[in-house]
Structure formats: C-alpha cells, structure tokens
Design a protein around this ligand. Structure first.
Ligand code: AMP
Ligand code: MG
Length: 350
C-alpha cells in the first residue's frame, strides 16, 4: 500500500491536510495520527471493513476491542444507549482528555469494533489535530495505538513510520505525544466505577468526583479473567528481555550493577534504564535516563521511546529501575511490568 505522509503543524494545522486525513477515514481508509496519549491508527469505527483493516495492519488479536474517539457529545449519544449520571460527571471533569469510558453500546457500532461485547469504549482526545480529523471525518474513529501489536506504543512520528509505513493510507506527522501512556479505561457499567487499565487520569483524580473507585482485580495480580480483554496480552515489549528491579531506592543501583556485570560476563549486551537521580551510579555502563523521579510525568512521556531506543542500540537485556507506584506511577509500572512479561527482581543487598 502507498502511504502518504502529511506534515501537520500542531500550532497552526493546515485545513486542507486535516480534510484529506478526515475524508480518507470517512472513505474507509486507515490514518495514523497523534493524540495527547500516544499515536493512534484510526478508521471509521462504524465501517466493518475499515475496522478489520486496523486489526490486520497491527496484527491485533480480534478479541481485543477498540476505543472510539469522538469530538462531540452528539456522537456519544449515537454510539451508546445509556449515558449514566456518572458518565456525565466524568465527561464534565475529564473530557477532552486521557479517560476512556465503557458504556452500553448502540446497534450502529459493529461487533468487530467491540470484539463482540455489548459495551463500547469511548474517549474524546485533548489534541487539536486528533479532534479536527474526527470532525472532518464526520464519524467516530476507532483508534488503538499505532504500533505492531506487542511492541511499545508509539509516541513519535518515527515510531509510527517504523511500524506501519506501507500498511496504512496516511501517516500524520504532528509532533510528539505529550503524556506518552495510553488513556485510563474506566468501566461505568458496574455499580461502582472500575478502573480496567491505569493511565493518564489517576485513581486519586477520579476519587475527586466519585465516592468510590474500584480497581479490576487483575490489575493487582488476581488470576481471574480481565474485563478489559487487552490486559491479558503481552504488551509494550521491546526485542530485549526486560527485568524490573524493585526494592528500596538505595539498594536498586547496587543490585543492578551486580546483575549488569554478571550478564555482561556471559556475553550479553546489557542496558540500564536509570533515572535522573540514579544515573550517576552507572558511569561507564550502557545507560538511558528515562526521566526525573520528582516529576514522574517525564518518565511516562519517555518510557516507550526509551524501550524502543534500547532495541535500536541492540540491547539483549534491559535492567529497569522500578519507580514509586503512586499517581501516574501506577500506570508507568503497569506498562513496565507488562513489557517485562512479569519478570521482577527484588533488590536486596547481601
Ligand atoms: P488500545 O486501543 O490498544 O489502547 O487498547 C484499548 C484497551 O481498552 C484494551 O485494553 C481493551 O481491552 C480495552 N477495551 C476496549 N473496549 C472495551 C470494552 N468494551 N470493555 C472493556 N475493555 C475495553
Ligand atoms: Mg495498544
């Protein structure tokens, strides 16, 4: 497939390019575009054939439903049957923004889009290029992350090009994604709102408007079936094997250095994912600094880019420091442990 690249200026988007992207989607094509979370691969969510193109291009399992991206409340009314009071509360506070709501779907949403579920995931992105493309297309846009399934999500145009050039009709180059992690998924079909995937909107943010917010037991290690089908897949994985080193911050660098030397002696190329506070301990070693522990948003925004960077530099093994699991740290550690396929080492100095 011929892929057209559209450079769109975020500050001053060119109308004719937005229209081209929107019309391509309306006509059944695939368009990758930036959002504030990560880049998405978009298709008309109401067009079965177009949606099947997303699954094909990404190699995404067909039982993993898609998020519909909308630009106005009228679209929400068309794709759901029951917009609950809680939904209006969440929308008022967090839309546009990185919060996806699960609601009952209407008949116009085809089964392929929701992987046969009677619910639908919906979000209004806070990104002018994304919103304009949705408006110009005139349809809700199904848009999972614009990467090959299983790889780290794309936060830059280069990542999308690496994964999807030749597999989509258009790639919009509209600069880097800001947040760098996917949206929070919140189920509003249960009595108490339930987080199915942690993301940019934290549990504490949600507790500002809801008296109670549950967390899907799968996210805290229960071996039940996840309500969000995507949570059961290996995800966000670079080619290198990732190990997450947990424990108190004082011990982590010592343990990482020991492991580094052991693996290196066995002939592996080892990389360390450090932070601003700890990189000084790893002088002379292959290290990439993922961000500042005092400002975890920087870590969120760099994480996927850094994982891809280790691949580019041919790491066999990545030793990643864990970070504090509060606020956005919950989402960061969710993505990092998935990229490690659960491989965790508890740092304890002996
Ligand atoms: P992605 O598009 O790759 O960011 O993934 C979307 C996430 O939302 C996946 O974890 C899906 O399983 C989840 N999701 C989408 N639709 C639903 C739904 N109707 N019910 C529960 N989870 C959903
Ligand atoms: Mg994804």
């Amino acid at each position: 497939m011929n892929t057209r690249i559209l450079e769109i200026n975020k500050e001053n988007p060119q109308e004719e390019k937005l229209i081209e992207a929107g019309v391509t989607i309306r006509n059944g094509g695939l368009v990758a575009f930036p959002t504030e979370t990560v880049y998405g691969i978009g298709a008309n969510a109401l067009d079965e054939k177009a949606v099947s193109g997303i699954f094909k291009a990404k190699g995404r399992p067909s039982d993993n439903p898609l998020i519909l991206h909308i630009a106005c409340i009228q679209q929400l009314k068309e794709i759901t049957t029951n917009i609950t009071k809680d939904a209006y509360k969440a929308i008022e506070e967090f839309w546009p923004g990185p919060l996806t709501l699960i609601l009952k779907k209407s008949d116009i949403v085809p089964e392929i889009t929701t992987a046969g579920l009677d619910t639908v995931a919906i979000r209004m992105p806070e990104h002018n290029i994304a919103l304009e493309i949705i408006k110009k297309s005139g349809v809700p846009i199904a848009a999972p992350s614009a990467n090959i399934s299983g790889k780290p999500s794309p936060t830059t145009y280069d990542h999308v090009k690496e994964d999807l050039y030749g597999k989509v009709d258009v790639i919009v180059n509209g600069g880097d994604s800001g947040i760098g992690l996917e949206s929070t998924v919140l189920d509003l079909t249960t009595d108490i709102p339930t987080i199915l995937r942690p993301g940019g909107v934290t549990r504490d943010d949600l507790l500002e408007i809801f008296p109670k917010v549950n967390i899907d037991p799968v996210l805290i290690g229960a071996k039940t079936i996840p309500k969000s089908p995507g949570q059961k897949y290996k995800h966000y994985s670079p080619k290198a094997e990732v190990y997450v080193i947990e424990g108190i911050l004082e011990d982590i660098p010592k343990v990482i250095i020991k492991l580094y030397e052991e693996y290196e002696a066995e002939g592996y190329k080892v990389g360390i994912m450090s932070t601003k506070q700890t990189e000084k301990y790893y002088q002379g070693k292959f290290t990439i600094n993922v961000g500042n522990r005092s400002n975890p948003a920087t870590i969120a925004s760099n994480l996927f880019r850094v994982l891809r960077e280790f691949d580019k530099r041919n790491a066999d093994i990545i030793l990643a420091e864990s970070i504090d699991k509060s606020g956005i740290g919950v989402a960061i550690m969710n993505r990092l442990s998935k990229s490690a396929g659960g491989r965790t080492i508890i740092a304890k100095e002996d």
